[in-house]
Ligand binder design. Sequence first.
Ligand code: ATP
Ligand code: MG
Length: 392
Amino acid sequence: MKEIILVKVGEIALKGLNRKNFEDLLIKNIKRKIHKLGRFEVVASQSTIRITPLDDFIDMDETAQKLSKVFGVVAFSRACIAEKDIEKIKETAAEYLKPIFSENISFKVESKRSDKKFPYGSPEISKMVGGYLADTFPNVTVDVHDPDVTVTVEIRDFAAYVHASVEEGAGGLPVSCGGKAAILISGGIDSPVAAYMMARRGIELSAIHFASPPYTSERAEEKVRDLLEIVSDYSGKMNMYTVPFTKIQEEIQKNSPEELFTIIMRRLMMNIAQRIAKNIGCQALITGESLGQVASQTIGALACTDEAADMPVFRPLIGMDKKDIIDISKKINTFETSCLPYEDCCTVFTPRHPRTKPKIELVRKAQAAVDWEDMIREAVENVKITPIGEDN
Ligand code: ATP
Ligand code: MG
């Protein structure tokens, strides 16, 4: 029996003139996500996107699994197609629902008739299909108030669809409808979650990672690549830009007051990240900072960091508790990898007593003791590019 998928899309973005662009982009992203599984027809029809497999060998479980990671999909249902004839609809529904209706479940039928030429109204359709299902499966019961299963019959333009379950989609907006931004990614728990959250708002990602070999190992960089691979399952392909940061960090350690190491380092990271971001057409930076989590994430410290960049800095985790961030990292499957014990450049030269309320004038002065420009330029020029998410 032929199964299709009906996709419910985000409502806000569907308003007004954006609707067509939004739908076209979502269709493109869906096609890109599932094209390796076989040929599909993906079309928008009556405020739903319909995915029809065109090859017999297509695995619909796998298709649904991949679809659940496409942003802009609010919910989706697997459905079977029936001819627009009430007898055919009853028989097809019974055959399609057999696996679920073999259990002792309660159910109700809801109908939507968007083809007004169909000879029966929605309540009649529900009654007839419901009656037929109850007769065919004597073990099930009808419960219109709190059923285990709600069967939906939709009478559309060319066919009728029957479905019995709605799966939650990834939500958000289609990737790349919101422009491009660069995530400053470490191997920690927070930054992969921040990347996921901004991709979910339609951002197309690039990733910037600072590495300080030999203080940080090849394995630490691999861990970051692994995390980005997981994120790219949702966000799609991206490039990772690894910045050689050793020389700058050693210079900070030699020439700056210890309590300002971190804050100066973070200002230089923002400065470098912004230059790379501009070179690759990004309009904003993203970090995984959360207010008060560490000394460099107090209001005062963030103000000092912000001064180093003149493009918007998105901090989607700023008001979140660690526990909530961990919950998301578990949901998107980055948590385990994030917990692997590898060093980060931010933790190799940590001061014993970092300033939590750094005075901006003092920070500026301490930073100005060194001429950073050549080192910054050298770091930007020697960035290593690694493609991520080739399979996505
Ligand atoms: P995370 O779990 O993301 O590592 P954290 O709680 O460890 O966050 P910090 O180490 O202070 O916090 O880093 C704050 C933010 O700075 C990170 O979320 C990330 O955006 C950025 N960052 C930290 N280290 C690096 C790095 N090596 N390369 C790029 N960005 C980094
Ligand atoms: Mg970190």
